[in-house]
Each structure stands twice: as C-alpha cells, then as structure tokens.
Design a protein around this ligand. Structure first.
Ligand code: GSH
Length: 220
C-alpha cells in the first residue's frame, strides 16, 4: 500500500496508527504543501491527505475515515470496531466527531500557538510562511481560535470521563481511540495542555506504542 501524506499532519498520523495497529506493510510518499493538489486531484478529486492507494492501479481513498473502513474490510483482524452493534455505532460516532470537530479545533489552537508563543519551536522563514498560509487557508481569526479552544475544553472533559477505562468504547482498542490519539497529538507541544491534561498524553503514548508508531513531537 502507498500512503500519500504530509509527514506532520495529524490526520495522516491517524491513518499510520491504523496501518500499524493492523501490522500492514506500507510505503509513504511525502507531498510538498502547495503543490500537493497536482498529485491528489487526479486521484481522488480532493486536495487533502491522507490518501491511500491500496495497490497499483486501485482506486485511491482520499479521507482518513474512509481509509479506516477500507482497512477493516481488507484485513478484518484486529478489527477497528466491535461486534456489538450499539458499541460499533458509538465507535463510529465518536470517530466522526473527533474527525470533524476535534481535529479541526486542534488545528486552530495548534497553529495559533505556533504563530505566537510557540514561534521558537521553528522560527525559520520557511516554517513561519507555511504557518501563515495554513492560518489564512482555514480563516483562523482570533474569534474562531477562541471558539476552537472552547470546543477542545468540552471535548477533553468528555474524553477524560470516557478514558477512565483504558479504551473509549468496550474492552479493546478501536478506531475511536486511534482517532483521539492522532487528532489531539499536536497539543503535546503546547505547555498549558501538557500541564492540565497529563492523562491525555499518557493515553496518546500508550496508543502509539500499541500501534508501533513513533511518538509525536513533544512526546518523543
Ligand atoms: N476529513 C479529512 C481531513 C484531512 C485534512 O484536513 N488534511 C489536511 C492536512 S491536516 C490537508 O490535506 N490539507 C490540504 C488541503 O486542504 O489542500 C480526513 O479525515 O482525511
């Protein structure tokens, strides 16, 4: 399998965690932000990574949720879901919420930090230019960043409650745990989140070990 990605994208981390969990061999092709659409559009009609090409000539999958569902069909064991229909519904509902709401809120808060207090992480012209482009692409105004922060606060309360047991749903790792670990991982570089939510980074670390994926920046 070939995974087209941005190496730093938290949505690509989600796909890599799922591939690692299932012990699937894959190669990565790192795309350059800015010219990535030239490679992706003809494949999926979309411009986002991750994109997975299961085999040469196969239809490409251009969305991380679609990739997780495909991997479960392609290699059912270990499953990313659970047998019980109510638990399975819960897993995919959480996965969708994490993907659509929490992953985008993380992006807003993370890039706001990298452009301000966290500039020292990489003050290079190149890195700051990428951060400026991302902030403008997603319309990251101070009001929208404040909204994202509130959304993350509520989300983290819910997750802290559910992650009292090792897994968000049921008694083993599922797509919900993988989505949460990947989509919240950029917060590991932000000191206020590290201090307030130690439990979160313990879970993220455990899940990365479980899926044999290198730890994200801040935890490595
Ligand atoms: N819902 C999508 C979101 C993926 C996404 O937002 N990817 C970003 C990188 S983190 C991207 O490719 N942005 C480039 C673009 O939009 O052109 C998924 O789950 O795959």
């Amino acid at each position: 399998m070939l995974l087209l990605q941005f190496s730093t994208s938290h949505y690509c981390r989600k796909a890599r965690l799922a591939l690692g969990y299932k012990h699937i061999d894959y190669r990565v092709e790192n795309l350059t932000p800015g010219i990535h659409a030239l490679r992706l559009k003809p494949l999926t009609g979309l411009t986002t990574v991750p994109t997975l090409i299961p085999s040469e000539g196969a239809i490409a999958l251009g969305d991380s949720t679609q990739i997780l569902h495909f991997l479960d069909q392609h290699q059912p064991t270990p499953s990313l879901s659970l047998e019980d229909p109510a638990q399975a519904a819960d897993i995919w509902l959480l996965e969708d919420w994490l993907d659509e709401s929490i992953g985008t809120a993380t992006r807003f808060v993370y890039y706001d930090y990298r452009a301000g207090e966290g500039k020292a992480i990489d003050p290079s012209w190149m890195s700051q230019a990428v951060i400026r482009i991302v902030r403008s692409q997603y319309g990251m105004t101070p009001a929208k960043v404040a909204q994202a922060r509130l959304r993350l606060d509520t989300g983290l309360e819910i997750l802290q409650h559910r992650w009292q047991t090792p897994f968000l749903v049921g008694d083993r790792l599922t797509a919900a745990d993988i989505a949460a670990a990947a989509l919240l991982s950029p917060l590991a570089l932000i000191p206020t989140y590290r201090q307030a939510h130690g439990w979160l980074f313990d879970r993220i670390t455990e899940i990365h070990h479980h899926c044999q994926e290198p730890l994200p920046p801040g935890l490595a």
